[in-house]
Design a protein around this ligand. Structure first.
Ligand code: PLP
Length: 508
């Protein structure tokens, strides 16, 4: 009698569970070539599933070549199974010691996995405060849908082939015009490469502007997405402290090996939110010139500046073609669009085009066309203007909510730009513990310590994104956050008491 163990997880589905149980039995050698399988009726009764389920599973195994079926001879294990399928998942056996060790991912893969972080630690859906999430409910979906329909109808053979790997030309032109006016970036459309969000831009630039083992600088604390891309490119990354003017060039010179590439967020430092001063920008450009380093300027949310015009992009001050400017539509449009752009010095453009060709990624022409229309018809500018005033108001709502619900627990100051604030916690509070407790209460409050590249900022805090949160939710979430902080502080002080008293067990 064949003993099969079914995976009873309802997500697996019964047919798939039967298939996989039989496959496992064949691969592990419990069923051998030519062995006759029980009849579908007997197996169905034995496993407690319907006969149709077993028939469907047999059909699939037949297609895959695991079993053969002849009229009058029943269903048997196939004779023509490729050897590598057999024993692939054999159970531990006496012969195991002789078998080669299973394949392991590379050391680099281990590093990547260690750097990968879930976007949110809260159980979905968190009510607040994921950073960098726009107010998706206020996006003009009807307009977007209308433009998609128009372009979708017109898409035919002429536009459906492999397209220009640098991006849809009218979109590249629209981006060049936009960044010139809005950000003081100096470029032509030939320097604009459309990519799958700034993350892909960072990955491509890291690979074409450096060689493995080169030394690179990143702000500390800094953006984990950039850190991951630099690690993925096999680079030696040093976190350089950030002070009130931005990345400390002096600290970099003293404490880090000379850089081949420097990653910065000058308009709105991620995660702290400060703006790099003009003297510091000039100092950084001079240091980069001395080291012959590239500067990657990640300008991810500068559209949302509430007090004055944004400072000109670092790229606009660069006279030597060292700054690579990376922008995204994730914040001003929506993240799932997966469209961003790289504005590269002309010498890097062919390399980026080649890297992209081999990475095999290219944005869908249809969405690039629709985005170009959305910009040229004026919807983009209107939406940004509207969101700017909504987000400015929401920032005030957040400050109000924190004052009302988290007084003495969270310190947050009004900021001139961005989509999140840092909520500073009292010294000694464990921000990771607070974040975990907040997540259990449905609130996403990423700890500042998670962005430490070296020493980090040395003070606990949480990131509080407000762009997508309305005022009542803001208050409800702030209340939960306050409870999480109080719990964490209480837990910590009782732990300290236990340690100090040297006693065991729970304190009274
Ligand atoms: C510093 C920084 N850069 C870039 C991005 C945007 O990434 P993407 O364009 O890949 O969505 C984010 C998003 O959270 C960010 O925080």
């Amino acid at each position: 009698m064949l003993e099969l163990e079914l995976d009873r997880d309802p997500r697996t589905g019964r047919r798939a569970a039967v298939e996989s149980a039989i496959r496992d039995a064949i691969r592990s050698g419990r069923l051998r070539a030519g062995d006759v399988l029980p009849s579908t009726r007997a197996l169905a009764a034995d496993l407690g599933v319907s006969r149709n389920t077993v028939i469907a599973a047999f059909d699939q195994l037949l297609v895959e070549g695991y079993v053969e079926s002849r009229v009058g001879r029943g269903t048997r294990v196939g004779h023509t199974l490729p050897d590598h399928l057999l024993h692939a998942r054999a159970r531990p056996s006496m012969h195991e010691a002789a078998s080669p060790a299973p394949n392991a991912p590379s050391a680099r893969a281990e590093l990547l996995v260690a750097h990968a972080r879930p976007k949110s630690s809260a159980k979905a859906p968190a009510i607040a405060f994921a950073p960098g999430v726009p107010a998706l409910d206020l996006f003009p979906w009807r307009t977007w849908g209308r433009l998609v329909a128009i372009r979708g109808r017109a898409l035919g053979p002429a536009l459906a082939g492999y397209a220009d790997s640098l991006g849809y030309r009218p979109l590249r032109e629209a981006v060049a015009r936009y960044v010139a006016v809005a950000r003081g970036v100096t470029c032509t459309a030939d320097q604009v490469v459309i990519v799958g969000g700034s993350q892909q831009g960072l990955d491509l630039v890291a690979r074409v502007a450096t060689d493995p083992d080169d030394s690179v600088w990143i702000e500390d604390p800094g953006y984990h997405g950039a850190l991951g891309a630099l690690v993925a490119a096999g680079l030696r990354v040093t976190g350089v402290p950030v002070d009130a003017d931005g990345l400390s060039v002096a600290a970099g010179r003293m404490g880090a090996p000379p850089a081949r590439l420097i990653y910065v967020t000058p308009s709105h430092q991620f995660p702290l939110g400060l703006t790099m001063s003009t003297p510091r920008r000039l100092e950084l450009l001079a240091a980069a010139a001395e080291m012959r380093a590239w500067i990657v300027e990640d300008d991810y949310d500068s559209e949302f500046r509430y007090v004055s015009r944004p400072l000109t992009a670092l790229q606009g001050l660069d006279r030597d073609g060292r700054v690579v400017y990376v922008g995204t539509f994730s914040k001003v449009m929506f993240p799932a669009l997966r469209i961003g752009f790289v504005i590269a010095p002309p010498s890097l453009v062919p390399a980026i085009a080649a890297a992209r060709q081999f990475a095999g990624t290219q944005q869908a022409t249809l969405e690039q066309m629709v985005l170009a229309d959305f910009i040229s018809d004026g919807h983009f500018e209107r939406h940004v203007r509207r969101m700017r005033s909504v987000y400015a108001e929401r920032q005030h709502d957040l400050i109000d909510a924190l004052r009302a619900e988290c007084a003495d627990l969270v310190d947050a100051a009004v900021a001139g730009s961005g989509m999140h604030l840092v909520g500073w916690l009292a010294p000694g509070v464990d921000d990771t513990d607070v974040s975990r407790r907040a997540a259990a209460r449905g609130v996403d409050a990423i700890p500042l310590s998670a962005f430490a590249v070296g020493r980090g900022v040395g003070r606990p805090g949480v990131l509080l994104g407000y762009a997508h949160v309305d005022r009542p939710t803001m208050f409800a979430a702030a209340r939960q956050l306050a409870t999480a902080i109080r719990e964490s502080m209480l837990h910590r002080s009782s732990r300290l008491r236990v340690e100090r008293d040297g006693s065991r067990g729970f304190p009274a």
